[in-house]
Design a protein around this ligand. Structure first.
Ligand code: NAP
Length: 306
């Protein structure tokens, strides 16, 4: 089977850390070009627009978009108009209304749209969902705490309204909504916003899933050990996902999981969608983020400086 000729748009941290090495190892994709305002990946030509790229490099079939979430509509429309299947990084867009347009636009163009959730591809997610089926869930605790200076060094877009700690937090929401058997209902939210920024640096969210409380804490100013943990207490025992759901333990006993990196799984899923001519664009985690902003109280906290 010939490889899918793919381009990348937005050559920043995640493109360099994950997308470029994953495509290089893939037997289904070949990186052939980039849309970038700066430096293309080594060995491929870079262009400032999709139109310019499509004129210069023939037969590109797909594009993977790794720009910040705001402003993707123009890029996606242009890609679809040039006949490309489209994969996008999380969060899908700057607004819910914009994100909701992507799949209908792709379908109208006869193209594939994959709005990805890389954390849902973590090795522990599927086994956790399977283990939780039929269990009596009593309480869920989620702590997603990391240091923005380490994971988003100098990225000013991360402090635009509506993002902040919800950029990593949406990963936790993508996992929670994948493993829990019923929807989450938001009960209360507190967003803590630095006095010199537009977006929260921390948030506490209280949900219910059925009768069970689901307590979620996000922090973007975590010093020392980072935590990306979800604990589900059930009548039958306790499940713990840690390290961003790449590790799973039941009643403290580690569960053996296959070594299968998130982004390798993500690109395999995109290849399946391309083969089947299907879209996959679940906006549920993004709706929860929007609800937190709609519903949450704001508390001003100390200024944040890099
Ligand atoms: P980043 O390092 O800031 O890179 C984003 C790239 O997009 C820039 O380098 C730039 O590439 C391009 N770009 C186009 N318009 C831009 C604008 N207005 N402002 C800034 N950059 C712009 O960000 P990132 O960490 O790679 O994140 C990109 C996306 O991936 C986000 O949606 C993020 O949530 C997601 N993500 C990030 C991580 C992580 O650990 N950092 C993990 C998973 C997912 P050119 O110079 O090539 O134009």
């Amino acid at each position: 089977m010939s490889k899918i000729r793919i381009a990348l748009a937005g050559i920043g941290k995640i493109a360099r850390d994950q997308h470029i090495p994953t495509i290089a190892k893939s037997d289904r994709f070949e990186l052939v070009a980039a849309v970038t305002r700066h430096q293309p990946p080594e060995g491929v030509p870079g262009f400032t627009s999709v139109a310019e790229m499509m004129e210069a490099v023939p037969d590109i079939q797909a594009i993977s978009i790794c720009t910040p979430p705001r402003g993707r509509l123009k890029l996606i429309r242009e890609a679809l108009a040039h006949g490309l299947d489209v994969m996008i990084e999380k969060p899908p867009a700057g607004t819910i209304a914009e994100a909701a347009r992507f799949q209908p636009l792709a379908e109208a163009a006869g193209k594939v749209l994959h709005a990805t959730w890389h954390s849902r591809e973590a090795a522990g997610v599927e086994p956790a969902r399977d283990w939780l089926k039929g269990k009596i869930i009593q309480k869920v605790i989620c702590n997603w705490k990391e240091d923005v200076r380490v994971w988003h060094p100098g990225q000013e877009w991360i402090w635009e309204p509506g993002i902040g700690v919800f950029d990593p937090g949406i990963n936790a929401l993508s996992v929670l909504t994948a493993i829990l058997p019923e929807p989450l209902d938001l009960q209360s939210a507190e967003l803590r916003v630095p006095e010199n920024r537009e977006a929260p640096i921390a948030a506490d969210l209280e949900y219910r899933m059925g009768d069970a409380p689901v307590d979620v804490a996000f922090d973007f100013d975590q010093k020392g050990p980072q935590s990306w943990d979800i604990i589900v207490q059930c009548a039958e025992g306790e499940l713990k996902l840690s390290m961003g759901a790449s590790k799973l333990a039941i009643d403290g006993e580690p569960v053996e999981l296959p070594e299968d990196p998130e982004y390798a799984r993500l690109y395999r899923h995109f290849a399946r969608l391309v083969d089947a001519r299907q879209c996959d664009a679940d906006l549920t985690p993004f709706r929860h983020v929007a609800d937190a902003f709609l519903f949450g109280s704001r508390k001003q906290v100390a200024a944040f400086n890099w």
